[in-house]
Design a binder for this molecule. Structure first.
Ligand code: FE2
Length: 381
């Protein structure tokens, strides 16, 4: 490995927290076939299918499945006809992330505070009620067709959301969970020149601050490059790295994404685990495909020099293709899946943090070389 790139801490002070956020509420995917996707996430990733919304529960236009694993909620939604915004979204983007929903104490105030600072409104504060109580939501836009819904659920005791009923299948034996615990961060890909626009958008409208900044010098290979800035809220519960392609000899992975997603969108969702070795061993056994890491990555001397001593066995990391990186606060272990739909767009990261607050910048180069090999195989490099 060449020298690890160094992430520069932004000198911008974190401003007053204008938008208190309690965490990620759910991530909603618009997909072509929610029924089948639900089983994919259940059988491969160990999510439990908890809830269902559709014609049987009073919604004629769409179906949604609620999947849960520890603190992670995924909602998988498909249209039942050709004319809806959901089917148009899937037609254009393929399967992808529509909504990174944020848990707040007050959805009306969150909407008011963000839109008065310039956030693009999508849905005014709306009350959703059933016998289990009430939820208030409001929604603003972000990059591409992606949105953030603010969810206020303190007065709700139901399963998830009015309209959802417990999903039941008498013959189904739910696959066991795989120790995926929480949403660590969600990364967006935007067009060249737009990164700073969205950095500014999150700073202005949501009071986020620029936690880390990677230039194309940090994140480049011989062939392709990208730039990235990480926006975070005050307590860093919410972290949104934003990537844009940079000039390279060949097409960058960000350009490939933008081409196939037909625009900006979520590139990957990182899920935190307590024991990445066990988790990845199990995910691989179930058929989750991960990016191949070059064998040279595990050169013991180079690795020891870059990351020092860690608790995990390097043999196990090498066997499973898990990457490791260190920053001033500690170290982290991470691995990236292959894209999870036909288009080379959205994928997942599995991450275990041992103190580190960063995102594995030292792995970018090794990782991109691995991604480029895959791009080459698809003829897109
Ligand atoms: Fe990541």
């Amino acid at each position: 490995m060449p020298d690890a790139p160094v992430a520069s801490e932004s000198e911008v002070e974190a401003p007053e927290d204008v938008l208190p956020i309690n965490g990620t509420d759910y991530v909603e995917f618009y997909v072509g076939n929610a029924k089948q996707s639900a089983q994919y996430y259940a059988h491969l990733f160990g999510f439990q299918i908890r809830g269902y919304l559709g014609p049987e529960t009073g919604h004629e236009e769409k179906v949604s499945y609620l999947l849960e694993q520890n603190d992670v909620w995924f909602v998988l939604t498909s249209a039942l006809g050709p004319g809806s915004s959901i089917s148009k979204h899937v037609h254009r983007h393929g399967n992808g992330v529509k909504d990174i929903a944020l848990a707040v104490d007050d959805a009306a105030t969150s909407f008011e505070e963000t839109t008065k600072r310039g956030a693009e409104p999508v849905q005014e504060p709306t009350v959703h009620e059933d016998v289990d109580g009430r939820i208030v939501t409001s929604t603003i836009a972000t990059y591409g067709d992606t949105v953030h819904t603010f969810v206020e659920r303190s007065d709700y005791d139901g399963l998830f959301f009015p309209g959802f009923e417990t999903w039941e299948n008498e013959v189904w034996e739910p696959p066991s969970p795989t120790d995926l615990q929480y949403v660590d961060h969600c990364v967006g890909n935007v067009h060249e020149g737009d990164m700073d626009t969205y950095v500014e958008y999150y700073a202005q409208t949501m009071g986020f601050y620029n936690m880390l900044h990677f230039t194309d010098q940090d994140i480049s290979t011989e062939y392709s490059a990208l730039m990235s800035k990480v926006m975070a809220n005050g307590d860093e519960k919410i972290k949104f790295p934003i990537n844009e392609p940079a000039e390279g000899k060949k097409k960058s992975q960000i350009e490939e994404y933008l081409e196939f997603y037909r625009g900006a969108g979520v590139q990957h969702v990182a899920l935190g685990t307590n024991d990445i070795i066990d988790a990845v061993r199990e995910l691989r056994r179930r058929g989750v495909e991960f990016l191949h890491v070059p064998d040279t990555y595990y050169d013991r001397e180079v690795l020891a020099e870059r990351v020092g001593t860690i608790n995990e066995s390097i043999d196990a990391l090498e066997e499973l293709g898990i990457l490791v990186d260190r920053d001033p606060d500690g170290y982290l272990l991470q691995i990236f899946t292959e894209p999870v739909q036909d288009r080379p767009t959205v994928f997942f990261e599995i991450i275990q943090r041992e103190g580190a607050r960063s995102f594995g910048a030292g792995n970018f180069k090794a990782l991109f070389q691995a991604i480029e090999k895959e791009q080459e195989r698809r003829g897109n490099l």
